[in-house]
Design a protein around this ligand. Sequence first.
Ligand SMILES: C[S@@+](CC[C@H](N)C(=O)[O-])C[C@H]1O[C@@H](n2cnc3c(N)ncnc32)[C@H](O)[C@@H]1O
Length: 111
Amino acid sequence: MLDLGAGTGLLAGFVAQAFPAARLTLLDGAGAMLAQARERLGERPSYVVGDLADPLPEGPWDAVVSALAIHHLGDAAKRDLFVRVRAAVAPGGVFVNAEQVAGETPWLDAV
Ligand SMILES: C[S@@+](CC[C@H](N)C(=O)[O-])C[C@H]1O[C@@H](n2cnc3c(N)ncnc32)[C@H](O)[C@@H]1O
């Protein structure tokens, strides 16, 4: 599993709990955030300091996940990233991008 913008490893930690055998790679632009992730998750995962605009670590990946990170990119960079993620996900694999978005109505916001 590849976690994009992994930060302190919160999401990767949830994935590790749900899939204890998963091999995790955490990518983030901030080495200091990954240092916190390393404290949380230990030495078993791989930690990559890199930018989301750069080529992804070589796949294929069974799962690419991201939380609250991709919104830092502009729209063109997001599109480019999504194309590269699609190419890096293994057949039958998944891409999960968890973000908060503003809904057009209070009901959509709540959803
Ligand atoms: C709000 S934190 C979310 C961290 C983690 N995914 C979580 O849910 O706890 C956003 C993370 O995205 C990273 N980030 C933002 N823009 C980035 C970029 N262009 N390349 C790599 N990482 C980036 C930041 O360094 C930060 O760690």
